[in-house]
Write a protein that binds this ligand. Structure first.
Ligand code: AR6
Length: 320
């Protein structure tokens, strides 16, 4: 039986998580997994977790963040009984496409995902462990053109291991509140020093800097439009922020890009409208650049729900 996670499952899931990781990744020091356990314990209740249970015993589980598989774990005594395949099938029925990261050295997992219809899409080094990893994707029959490389997650953009993260800045590029403030705090004072040399940026346009103390290599700064009622070219300016960010990322060889929800905070752009514009612009770009991938990092559940709705509606005829 496959069911959703309950609060009481937490401790058992952590135990399975730890032993499965230690067993599958002998090339990573055990201290790394032991040191990550507390973060996993805290993250589990927020994640979408499905559990495989047999006669009241948990045999394995899969943790999702949007369409991204955060992890698929099977208890060591329950291997080769189709538990992993059943969990994967469960999420395949519920998502138009799936994406995940897997260590190159974990050959067994890479083979398992390949047999399950996943394809290797990109390759890179995971910052935390220094290990090479593949990003793999599975595309379901309901997957529309362009959404393949697009993932919506909840999280904090300053912790994203993307080649480039995008900053919802203002035209001075000298920092501010919201996501801008968070990025400057996490990157350190060197970021502001470089920003001072850029002499600002126009709304809907972009400038690039290094990422300094961030896990991301680059920060692409774009001032989104301030909402003024909708007749001041806000839609085009917002689309411009997304499109120009992606073009500049591509020019700099950045294959993975993470965005916050531009303009929907202090700049008060209506969330649903912004999510629709972002989705159309990002997916339109990804159709032409299948080697790139984009993660929309939503800071709260309301924002995530709006981007998920926009993605579900993407490509459908507009409502009358
Ligand atoms: N990670 C991801 N998203 C975040 C984070 C974070 N760490 N922090 C906030 N958000 P806003 P804007 C979300 O106001 O509307 C600044 O002062 C937030 O919840 O940061 O484009 C600039 O300097 C919201 O969903 O950006 C400008 O003056 C989204 O990011 C002005 O604000 C955007 O909210 C730009 O306003």
């Amino acid at each position: 039986m496959i069911r959703k996670m309950k609060e009481a499952d937490g401790a058992e899931l952590c135990a399975i998580w730890l032993s499965a990781n230690l067993e599958a990744h002998s090339f990573i020091p055990a201290e790394y997994w032991l040191g990550s356990l507390e973060a996993v314990r805290r993250a589990l209740p927020q994640a979408e977790v499905f559990i495989y249970e047999n006669s009241g015993h948990i045999e394995g589980f899969i943790g999702m963040n949007g369409s991204c598989i955060e992890g698929l774990f099977v208890r060591s005594g329950a291997r080769s009984r189709g538990v992993g395949a059943a969990l994967l099938e469960h999420v395949r029925q519920r998502k138009p496409y799936l994406t995940l990261y897997v260590y190159q050295k974990n050959r067994r997992a890479v083979r398992f995902y390949e047999r399950s219809g996943f394809e290797k899409r990109s390759f890179g080094k995971e910052e935390a462990t220094g290990e090479e990893e593949y990003r793999m994707e599975w595309r379901g029959p309901a997957c529309k053109e362009g959404i393949m490389g697009y993932t919506i997650i909840s999280g904090d953009i300053t912790t994203q291991h993307a080649d480039a993260i995008v900053n919802a800045a203002n035209t001075s590029l000298l920092g501010g509140g919201g996501v801008d403030g968070a990025i400057h705090r996490a990157a350190g004072p060197e970021l502001l020093r470089e920003c001072r040399t850029l002499h600002g940026c126009r709304t809907g346009e972009v400038k690039i800097t290094k990422g300094y103390r961030l896990p991301a290599r680059y920060v692409i700064h774009t001032p989104g439009p301030v909402w003024r009622g909708g007749n001041a070219g806000e839609d085009e300016l917002l689309a411009g922020s997304y499109r120009s960010s992606l073009r500049l990322a591509a020019e700099n060889g950045a294959k993975t890009v993470a965005f916050p929800s531009i303009s929907t905070g202090v700049y008060r752009f209506p969330l649903e409208r912004a999510a629709r514009i972002a989705t159309e612009t990002v997916c339109g770009f990804l159709r032409e650049h299948p080697d790139m991938s984009v993660t929309m990092v939503c800071f709260d559940e309301r924002t995530k729900a709006a981007y998920e709705k926009a993605l579900a509606e993407y490509g459908s005829p507009p409502k009358k």
